[in-house]
Design a protein around this ligand. Structure first.
Ligand code: ZN
Length: 351
């Protein structure tokens, strides 16, 4: 399949802003690898949406195959000359073949000894099954998702509605990562999410939580509130994936500190889609080339990659935060390396 990613003049101008800032070696802690065929919804080719929440076109038409080679190619186009390691997991389609997804992920990450996989889980899976899969496939953690909530309410579910407590207990016992995309309107500022994170991180201190997308705080207000509590929880980290507002990254760094923040791209396909997660009021939305009717004759008008918008936000926030060189190394590599190293030796081996 032809790789449909090309830099235009606007993209190149933006990469010029970023080239000297983005380190040569990177650990990208939030990447998706999948095949479109793992989406087991029988109507998936008719629906305008994939996974209930995302447009289907990037999956169905642009990236039906999102494997290791594609990720490497995209990284070389968007961030030329960088060596990229990854924490990867499957795509949490609403209806998905979990077994095939997890086998695929396990097979793909062996392409790089410094890259690792998380197992896509739903709350019905038993502790025994999780432990066997971790051992067999060397997963360093779990990727639960709100679309698998036992309540059926994907927008307002609590954390333990989509990751069962016996599963968190496995993560605790084996010292594994949980990649958590919190639900609810106020995301990490929601009092139930805050209470749940406090209780779960204290009850299961060896489970290592990564709160994805700045705790799903695509603008500053949610992390300004939630971050103040999360900074006191020693087993909670954050990734910056798909967060494109400087103020959100700024608030994240100033509340939780630079040693808890890690770069993630949310590719494939989100980081390589053209658009921006724009914040307004107490809301945010994905602006794309196809969903607006702005009159843009007065300016360049072109949308760039979500990943470039994220990198620009990180760049500006890190400059404001200070100690840019050190913080940059920590965000793009050191923090993730330390976290992975704290997990890897604990993963039981079949050898
Ligand atoms: Zn993601």
């Amino acid at each position: 399949m032809a790789l449909n990613v090309k830099l235009n003049r606007t993209d190149r101008r933006i990469w010029d802003e970023l080239d000297s800032f983005v380190p040569r070696e990177i650990i990208d802690v939030h990447t998706h690898l999948y095949l479109w065929e793992f989406n087991s919804d029988p109507d998936k080719d008719k629906a305008p949406e994939a996974g209930k929440t995302w447009p289907a076109k990037p999956f169905r038409e642009d990236f039906p195959i999102a494997d290791w080679g594609q990720s490497d190619k995209i990284d070389q186009i968007l961030m030329p000359g960088r060596k990229v390691h990854r924490i990867s997991f499957g795509m949490p389609f609403a209806m998905v073949d979990f077994e095939a997804t997890n086998q695929f992920i396990a097979d793909q990450v062996v392409n790089d000894s410094e890259s690792h996989a998380l197992m896509l889980i739903n709350p019905k899976m038993t502790a025994d099954y999780l432990e066997k899969q971790v051992t067999q496939n060397k997963f360093i953690g779990f990727k639960p998702y709100r679309l698998y909530s036992v309540t059926g309410d994907v927008d307002n579910c609590r954390i333990t509605d989509f990751i069962a407590e016996h599963q968190i207990e496995v993560a605790h016992r084996l010292g594994l990562i949980i990649m958590m995309h919190v639900s609810k309107r106020n995301a990490i500022a929601d009092q139930e999410n805050i209470d749940d994170m406090k209780r779960l991180s204290e009850t299961y201190p060896n489970a290592k939580w990564i709160l994805a997308h700045c705790g799903r705080s695509y603008s500053s207000w949610a992390i300004e509130k939630g971050g103040k509590v999360m900074r006191d929880l020693p087993n909670v980290w954050f990734d910056t994936s798909a967060v494109t507002e400087t103020d959100a990254i700024d608030a994240l760094l100033s509340t939780v500190g630079s040693d808890k923040v890690m770069y993630g791209s949310d590719d494939i396909p989100f980081g390589v889609m053209r658009g921006k997660l724009i914040a307004f009021g107490y809301s945010w939305a994905l602006l794309t080339e196809d969903n607006h009717s702005f009159a843009l004759n007065h300016c360049d008008g072109k949308l760039t990659f979500i990943r470039y918008e994220e990198l620009r936000a990180i760049h500006r926030a890190v400059k404001r935060y200070g100690e840019s060189d050190k913080v940059c190394q920590d965000l793009f590599y050191n923090n993730a390396k330390k976290l992975i190293d704290s997990v890897s030796p604990n993963v039981p081996s079949t050898l």
